[in-house]
Design a protein around this ligand. Structure first.
Ligand SMILES: Nc1ncnc2c1ncn2[C@@H]1O[C@H](COP(=O)(O)OP(=O)(O)O)[C@@H](O)[C@H]1O
Ligand SMILES: [Mg+2]
Length: 228
């Protein structure tokens, strides 16, 4: 089982949106996925209540009880546990990051948000957790060029010591209409741009969380172990 912590210090950046979209993408890829809602606002649980039919399980959870939760989910055969954290609680973010195998830090491309995640990036780096930053609610390209805001944000993030995911999420109404119906954007319209970017983010994340063993290394490892 892998545990993914979705973090950011500001509310409204899109942690829950990213958590549920990724959870649905993982479920569609036949992973057994559970979203642990650590935020007392319980947005992920609200989303699940609206949802009809199957899909990722969403459970209420407390940051202080994550170790026990992980043990239980491991026993239950869960492949991916997504921790949807609350904003402005550094202690809980630290607990989630500590229990995670991978962290995704969500930020909007604006000065205050980017500044506020500096501390989250430090936390993740101090814990030596693999992570990336994902830009959410990004403005669309103009005349085929990224808006200046995005370029400036990426430059600012350059000093944080963490990679920025090569795929971000644009500001799209589809994300808002989908969650109201307990859906993910890719379920509302699989051919939409939102679906396209979520699938791309999931593919990128999947490679980070479950790195493929390079073919050349495996026989070498076996030879070395065999000789021991
Ligand atoms: N890429 C996006 N485009 C449009 N609206 C978005 C996007 N991401 C999030 N939102 C909206 O922004 C609001 C806050 O998102 P949410 O995921 O609840 O943030 P957080 O969990 O970080 O507080 C919600 O209304 C959500 O639908
Ligand atoms: Mg939330």
């Amino acid at each position: 089982m892998r545990t993914l912590a979705v973090l950011s210090r500001k509310g409204g950046t899109g942690k829950t949106t990213v958590a549920v979209q990724i959870a649905v993408a993982a479920a569609k890829a036949k992973r057994r996925v559970v979203v642990a809602d650590l935020d007392p606002q319980r947005s992920a649980l609200d989303w699940r209540r609206e949802r009809i039919g199957d899909g990722p399980r969403v459970i209420e959870a407390k940051a202080g009880a994550l170790f026990t939760l992980k043990q239980a989910e491991m026993r239950a055969g869960t492949d991916l546990l997504v921790l949807d954290t609350r904003s402005s609680n550094d202690q809980e973010s630290a607990e989630a990051a500590r229990e995670a195998d991978f962290c995704v830090i969500v930020t909007r491309p604006c000065f205050f948000d980017v500044r506020s995640i500096q501390r989250t990036a430090e936390l993740v780096n101090n814990l030596r957790k693999p992570a990336f930053i994902v830009l959410n609610q990004a403005p669309s390209r103009r005349n085929g060029e990224e808006p200046r805001l995005i370029r400036e944000t990426v430059e600012m993030l350059d000093s944080y010591g963490l990679p920025v995911a090569p795929v971000g999420l644009r500001y799209r109404a589809a994300y808002q209409t989908a969650v109201r119906a307990g859906l993910a954007a890719q379920e509302m319209d699989p051919d939409s741009l939102a679906a396209f970017e979520i699938n791309a983010l999931w593919r990128h994340l999947k490679r980070e969380i479950w790195p493929v063993q390079p073919k050349a290394v495996q026989p070498m490892v076996e030879r070395m172990l065999g000789a021991a």
